[in-house]
Design a protein around this ligand. Sequence first.
Ligand SMILES: Cc1cc2nc3c(=O)[nH]c(=O)nc-3n(C[C@H](O)[C@H](O)[C@H](O)COP(=O)(O)OP(=O)(O)OC[C@H]3O[C@@H](n4cnc5c(N)ncnc54)[C@H](O)[C@@H]3O)c2cc1C
Length: 488
Amino acid sequence: MNRRQFSKGVVVLAMGVRTGIAEGAAAGATDQPGTHYEEPARKLPAREFDVVVAGAGTAGVVAALASARQGARTVLVERKGYPGGTVVEGGTALHSFYNLWKAFPGVAKRQVVRGIPQEIIERLAKVGGTSGHAEMTKGFDYDSVCTAIDTELYKLVTFEMLAEAGVFVCVNTFLAGAILDGPRLRGIIAESRAGREAFLAKSFVDCTAYGDLAAHAGADYTEPNDYPVANSIGVANVDVEGYHEFLRSHGALTQVAEGRRSGKDGRIVRLDADAGRLPKAFADGAGKIGMSLVTTTVHDNYFMFIKLNFKMRVSPTDRDESAKAELELRRRQAAAIDLLREHVPGCEKAFIARTSPSLCIRRGRRIVCDYDITHEDVVEARHFPDDVLAYGFHDLAPRLQVRGGGTYGVPFRALCVAKTENLLAAGMLITSDHRAHMSTRNTVCCMGQGQAAGTAAALSAARNCGSRELPYADLRKALEAAGVHFEA
Ligand SMILES: Cc1cc2nc3c(=O)[nH]c(=O)nc-3n(C[C@H](O)[C@H](O)[C@H](O)COP(=O)(O)OP(=O)(O)OC[C@H]3O[C@@H](n4cnc5c(N)ncnc54)[C@H](O)[C@@H]3O)c2cc1C
């Protein structure tokens, strides 16, 4: 899809800049024959910033922190009421601050992702909101550590950090359009109960996961629809040891990690299992509702995440199909609780304590950037002259792993949205190859990309230059000064 298809209505603002506002461009928003509404042009209130970060999720929080800490006036626009995104709503743990040293005998233990992502974990640790980097004692050919979080404390801690850094945080605010000036992005259109307004800036970072900003700005993209969507639940009134015993007694355990739980170290914080070894009624029931057996926790009587998956026929940008998926996922959540109550000792009175306000995606739009990280780049542990991050975990491990327990580099070019001078992308929206994406989409990689993109956006804004004109040496120096670890 291209700019023309996505941005049907071009409106001229008083300031003489073009907007790329979508009018019913999303799939599912089709007219009834003969019915149209011509939206009148209007003057919007506008505010000036140096950097706009769209989406306060896994990557966006880190991007906004990195930008503000470089001294840039930074606005962060988030459609929900809190920061966190998929890291607090989707999965099980943060993968992986470390390379897979345990899977490769002789490989030294080293932390490859540091900087702001590590700082968030340290802040969480102070309030009992993480297991820490809990070592996997079983299944460590998948990952060598599991960093489990308390999802609610993650929201609070990151919100506090954004406030401390002076980020202008606009929650409950939807990014609804882009203001273009030739190949430059000039601003965004945001909508909230305060009305419709423009945020103008010099540099922009799209961390919306769906790639909403890039799509509004006319970037090229594809919609691979290559993953299931999910709505994961937090389940209370459970017994972690009971679940462990249930899995162990059937010889089904595949993963165990031990770390801090309810204030005590050396406790189980992650479990996973081979469904094929569990009682048929349970395994079949879980299979029918796309329920993963993996869970993590930082509390004795709580499963932080139980994932319910559903494969949509079409891309999750389709509003009407995603409405059907939202209903189906909530049915699956209720069925999951029934299964746990019936089969797992200690879960007889389990109940849902948290759901995601909307379904979580593993991929929406894949935005075309200057460089597309390949499967070979990842598994061959390739680094680039413009590396902004080293990463070493692969979600398909142990089947696919980074060679020799090493790391690959994410090049800055992989974050530069093609055809636009001053727009960067970070998070699940980069990388077209599904196998490579199974590494770059992971939480800690997204966070690292966010730090790189936010830093670059701020430096470019300060120099009044486009993303590609920013000298790499300056970006590298700033990232190193902020604690980012490089391996090439
Ligand atoms: C079910 C599930 C399980 C997973 N399990 C794991 C796991 O165990 N370990 C792991 O490492 N990874 C896991 N992942 C992958 C990982 O969590 C994600 O790929 C990663 O968190 C994506 O980060 P992001 O910043 O790209 O997007 P997000 O964290 O989703 O951030 C996007 C943000 O943008 C906001 N937004 C979107 N559109 C707009 C708009 N128009 N206006 C304003 N705001 C907007 C959203 O509300 C959200 O806050 C899982 C993913 C899913 C879905």
